[in-house]
Design a protein around this ligand. Structure first.
Ligand code: C2E
Ligand code: CA
Ligand code: CA
Length: 745
């Protein structure tokens, strides 16, 4: 520069001259040419300088703008040159590294600031391994796309993302992820120590990425084993995982699922899933609530709602469902469906006499035998305490249902050995056929039920098909029930009395009270028609009590040696107060107990029962006589004779009826009579209608007779005249039995 100085002074002189036109005019042309050139040069220099100044101002402005721009970024940003020297950084960067901001200067090296920072303890991770840490940090610096996290002394966590620029420099981003890290940590805590098993699995390949301790314990797989599995591989059935359908959904969707544990057991789960990013990958967090027990309980409840607890058979609900399905399937075919209702005969008596324990065992035994007769595809259900239903599809003709009924009745009929008791139970079956008797389940069951009532009424131990008109009969039964209730309330029922004749003397020993119902519209209704209705509906207790009281009152007016016999239904023993009812009737009427006879049937004594026998013994202890009615019609009449010391046996009229024609009947009657004589029990023959029968009975030594041959049942008013006639006969012809015109009862 100093070397150039005289030249410059000269130039400046020239320039001054050039600016002054007056002086310029005085100059020589050569000099003035030179001066012109110099002034052009100077103009050029001035212009360039102005240009440079403008460019610098512009550069400064854009630098300023760049700084402004990067300053508003939420992340820290730093520019380093190819030597790792600071060029530029934003406010956030300075803020993040506030502890070392004193070290930032343009041109300072990042490496140096890092080293100083390490020395000052700005990076807790470096403590104790400073050199190593710095080396690692610097190695990362020129790795393209490098991201890592850095912990600062105050605990903040910074995500570092550094990229190479084209010129070999570095743009570094710094994001404060402290909050994110805290959230992650609390997630981890929540995940790991949660008592609910949790699994994180990848959304794309369903790999299990993480499990918590509860999942390890619940499933029995180790963590390592778990991480080799996919969520699909722990599912019991190959299928889509429950969230697979809608990966966009972020909802905690609850579904149920079945999984397999390490030991092979299956568990039911309610699955709550939520989409999240785990590490870097899209994943699903699955919380698994084990609901196996709840499901089991639900299944048990559902089973109980549709099955009978005692036999495990379907109940009426399930039966109807099955029937609806079967009926739907056979609607268009030529096949028939048989609906059978099987009712046990006198099951209640078994229950009452032997106790519920044996009753239950009997029902289970019956169910088993019924099942053994049926095909796999036939439906067997329990409808109520003593009724079962059988639905058989694919029948060609109604006879097939009849055949099945016979086999069912046969299977049931054999004795059951229950806790040392031999129990015999009979059954009756009602059959309805579809199509024909109905095309929907309820109607078919109703019709089969009506057919069952018919079977029971006709003669127990048989089956009966539904017939049109049964419905009407069932309705008339309902009408009987209503009317009977009224008749009992209004006290219109009356005992009629049928005499019992001593066959040796022909004298009346007593009368059997037989209930009569004078119906305002239908005339006299037979007890055979309304007693079963009374038994079914429980009206028998009121009716029986009425008859007993009235019979005792009437008999108290008769001569001292004339007894009265009253029929008792087995149901009257169930109320438990029969003894006091009898005692009251005796007390009210003043009738001596020895003049009262109670007739019971064998059904009461299906087996020895404590309660029934105790009542019978107590009645007998009063002095009341106990007769066995309808002897020979039950299952094991003989064994019943051993269970209680009866005073009288009444041979059922069916044997007496056959006496004339049937040798077997004769043999039976003969042996009953000798049995009675052997046991010291009075033998009475019922239903004596002819002289032939009478003489036959007399010849066999039968004690007593009862029947239309002597008299039908008559109102009490007639009895007095009858007894008077006897008294008269006593005077005139003592050996002649009392006769009245044979009348139909
Ligand atoms: P049961 O105890 O066997 O009564 C005898 C039945 O045979 C009576 O029928 C009677 O009228 C009838 N009978 C009598 N002699 C003859 C005869 O020579 N030939 C024929 N064919 N029948 C004869 P009833 O009065 O219709 O009674 C029917 C059944 O009703 C009775 O049979 C009895 O089991 C029941 N019953 C009647 N009254 C009562 C009652 O007050 N209480 C209870 N629990 N049952 C009763
Ligand atoms: Ca009787
Ligand atoms: Ca009888």
């Amino acid at each position: 520069m100093p070397k150039n100085r005289p030249k410059t002074v000269k130039k400046l002189k020239h320039a001054a001259i050039a600016r002054n036109p007056g002086q310029r005019a005085k100059l020589s042309p050569k000099l003035s040419g030179k001066i012109r050139r110099v002034s052009v040069e100077i103009g050029e220099i001035v212009r360039k300088r102005a240009q440079a100044e403008a460019a610098i101002a512009e550069a400064r402005k854009s630098h300023e703008r760049l700084r402004e721009a990067i300053d508003i970024l939420p992340q820290g940003i730093v520019f380093l040159d190819a030597d790792g020297r600071y060029i530029l950084w934003n406010k956030k960067y300075a803020e993040i590294y506030s502890r070392s901001s004193d070290l930032f200067r343009p041109g300072a090296r990042l490496e140096d600031t890092i080293r100083i920072g390490v020395e000052r303890g700005d990076y807790p991770e470096a403590i104790g391994r400073e050199e190593e840490w710095v080396a690692e940090r610097l190695a990362r610096l020129y790795q393209p796309g490098e991201r890592h996290e850095q912990i600062l002394a105050d605990g903040r966590c910074i995500l570092i993302d550094e990229r190479l620029t084209e010129g070999g420099g570095i743009i570094g981003l710094r994001v404060d992820i402290t909050e994110l890290k805290q959230r992650e940590a609390s997630f981890r805590l929540l995940f790991n120590s949660n008592p609910i098993p949790m699994i994180v699995c990848a959304l794309d390949d369903e790999r299990i990425l993480g499990v918590n301790a509860a999942a390890v314990e619940h499933y029995g797989y180790s963590r390592a084993e778990f991480e080799k599995l996919t969520i699909r591989s722990v599912q019991a059935f190959e299928s889509e995982p429950p969230w697979a359908g809608d990966p966009s959904s972020d909802e905690m969707a609850a579904r149920t699922w079945k999984h397999v544990r390490a030991d092979g057991t299956l568990i039911d789960l309610a699955i709550y899933s939520r989409h999240l990013v785990y590490g870097d990958q899209p994943a699903v967090l699955v919380a698994l609530m084990d609901i196996t027990e709840r499901k089991r309980a639900e299944a048990r409840l559902a089973f109980m709602a549709q099955h009978d607890g005692l036999t495990g058979l379907p109940n009426r609900n399930l039966l109807r469902q099955h029937m609806d399905e079967i009926l739907l399937h056979t609607r268009r075919s030529a096949e028939k469906v048989g609906v059978l209702i099987l009712g046990l005969d006198n099951f209640k008596a078994v229950n009452d006499t032997l106790g519920h324990g044996i009753g239950d065992k009997l029902l289970r035994g019956v169910a088993k035998r019924l099942r053994s007769v049926l095909r796999e595809e036939d439906t067997l259900a329990r409808l109520n305490s003593d009724e079962f239903a059988i639905v058989q599809s694919g029948l060609a003709r109604p006879e097939d249902a009849a055949l099945l009924s016979r086999r069912l009745l046969e299977a049931i009929g054999d004795p059951y050995l229950l806790d040392g008791h031999s129990v015999v139970i009979g059954a009756s079956i009602g059959i309805a056929m579809a199509p024909g008797d109905g095309d929907e389940s309820e109607k078919l069951l109703k019709n089969a039920d009506m057919a069952l009532s018919r079977a029971k009424n006709d003669s127990r131990g048989t089956f009966s098909f539904f017939e049109a008109g049964m419905d009407a009969r069932a309705q008339s039964r309902r009408k009987i029930e209503i009317d009977l209730r009224g008749a009992i309330q209004n006290d219109v029922l009356r005992p009629y009395y049928q005499p019992l004749i001593d066959l040796a003397t022909g004298r009346i020993t007593g009368f059997e009270a037989l209930v009569r119902w004078p119906h305002p519209e239908r005339g006299m209704i037979s007890p055979a028609e309304f007693i079963p209705v009374a038994e079914e509906t429980g009206l028998i207790n009121g009716l029986g009590g009425l008859m007993l009281r009235r019979a005792c009152l009437d008999a108290a007016q008769w001569p001292d040696d004339v007894r009265v016999a009253v029929n008792l239904s087995p149901l009257q023993f169930r109320t438990g107060n029969l003894l006091s009812i009898v005692m009251d009737a005796l007390k009210q009427s003043g009738l001596p107990p020895k003049r009262l006879e109670l007739e019971i049937t064998e059904t009461l004594l299906l087996e020895k029962s404590g309660q029934v026998l105790a009542t019978l013994h107590a009645l007998r202890a009063l002095g009341v006589r106990i007769s066995m009615d309808d002897f020979g019609t039950g299952y094991s009449s003989l064994s019943y004779l051993r269970s209680f010391p009866f005073d009288k046996i009444k041979i059922d009229q069916s044997f007496v009826r056959d006496l004339g024609a049937n040798r077997d009947a004769q043999a039976i009657v003969r042996s009953i009579i000798s049995l009675g004589i052997g046991l010291g029990v009075t033998i009475t023959a019922e239903g004596v209608e002819t002289e032939a029968e009478l003489s036959c009975l007399r010849a066999e030594g039968c004690h007593e007779g009862q029947g239309f041959l002597f008299s039908c049942a008559r109102p009490n008013a007639d009895i007095v005249s009858l007894l008077n006639a006897q008294r008269g006969a006593d005077v005139t012809a003592p050996a002649n039995p009392v006769r009245t015109a044979p009348l139909v009862a």
